[in-house]
Ligand binder design. Structure first.
Ligand code: COI
Length: 357
């Protein structure tokens, strides 16, 4: 990347890292990437010690939520090499989220260069324990101090990273999801549901809190118009194995186009299983459960990877998938995907982006 300035920390915090007490998103690695949009261009790219940034109370992002973000991961493979998983897909999605939020787009090659340089510098923060990796969180937000309701004239793009283990600790029983039929995550037909932007997360907190109070891990979102069609599960995309068919809600503009979702669809295609991407009515899932065809439910996401769902609850009624555990499709997809990410299985799609130290 042209003009990148690198200023390394004088005091690494790596010695304080306790891998036995890792909580997702709590500890940040030593450095961050930053650049600024001013006078019509992205400029001044730098990698500097992670730390507070000056921000005026009038910064537009604090008022009008004009922002977008991403989530991706880097892994240390069994061969000791570091790889970032499909950063080009996140670069593209960020560009589309920016377009939707009227934020100047970030060049996809610059995104990948920023991520890989940062990961190379903080590679020591990536643990090789099973299931561990480095979660990479790019954010772009409006930085102009102004209260007029319009797109900002100044932006910041920052990439930070966190050492992570498993996002959920639900054990072998799988996640429990409460099917949400009161609140909506996003609006159908022209909303911002497919953009990765903060508003899509803040709107989920009320329902998420109620679900957790009732003992569930997350909610399963239905469409925002009729509360009839399944959209996504909390922070993840969702798949159903109904007999020998695998179905997932089609990307209808209200659903986040997950990179893990896309990868799982490709891995299933390799096995000769064409995933049905279409409308999935919650009544169909209830019917499949009643008829014994609801074999597996699983969720996918960068943070969560591939996780089984052990229980859905719709209007006080439990829907329990029939199969779980070692022999499940969920487990074999999880093992194949992580096998590719950790370099145990051939990367036949060319998804891994090697990081040179
Ligand atoms: C991810 O899996 O990267 C997500 O976006 C979930 C997250 C907000 C923790």
């Amino acid at each position: 990347m042209d003009g990148l300035v690198v200023r390394l920390t004088q005091r690494s915090r790596l010695g304080d890292l306790d891998l036995d007490r890792l909580v997702f998103g709590e500890v940040f690695s030593d450095h961050m990437f930053a650049m600024a949009w001013r006078d019509g261009a992205w400029r001044d790219p730098e990698i500097v010690p992670y730390g507070p940034i000056p921000i005026e109370p009038g910064a537009m992002t604090l008022h009008y939520a004009q922002m977008a973000f991403e989530g991706l991961k880097a892994f240390v493979g069994v061969d000791g090499r570091v790889r970032v998983f499909r950063p080009d897909r996140n670069a593209r999605r960020l560009r589309l989220s920016c377009r939707r939020m009227c934020i100047p787009e970030i060049d996809e090659d610059d995104f990948v260069a920023a991520v890989t340089r940062l990961v190379a510098i903080d590679r020591g923060w990536i643990s090789d324990r099973p299931g561990h990796g480095l979660y990479i969180r790019p954010i772009v937000f409006s930085a102009e101090s102004h209260l007029e309701v319009r797109p900002s004239n100044a932006y910041r793009f920052i990439v930070m990273t966190c050492p992570v283990g498993a996002y959920f600790r639900s054990g072998d029983s799988g996640l429990s999801l409460k099917v949400e039929d009161r609140f909506a995550r996003t609006a159908p037909h022209g909303g911002v549901g497919e953009a990765k932007t903060s508003a899509n997360y803040a709107t989920t907190f009320a329902a998420g809190r109620l679900a957790r109070d009732d003992g569930f891990d997350q909610v399963l979102w239905l469409d925002g118009s009729e509360h009839r069609y399944v959209e996504e599960a909390g922070l993840m995309n969702v798949f159903f194995k109904l007999g020998d068919r695998v179905v997932t809600p089609a990307l209808n503009g209200a659903i986040l186009p997950g990179v893990t979702r896309e990868s799982i669809i490709a891995l299933l295609a390799d096995r000769g299983i064409a995933v049905e991407e279409r409308e999935v009515a919650i009544d169909e899932i209830v019917g499949a459960c009643d008829g014994g065809a609801l074999e597996e439910v699983f969720v996918t996401g960068t943070a969560a990877v591939v996780l089984p769902v052990g229980r859905l609850n719709f209007r006080q009624r439990d829907l329990i998938p029939r199969r779980a555990g070692e022999a499940s499709l969920t487990k074999s997809l999880h093992d194949e995907l992580t096998g590719i990410q950790y370099g145990r299985i051939e990367d036949r799609h060319g998804w891994n982006h090697p990081v040179e130290s």
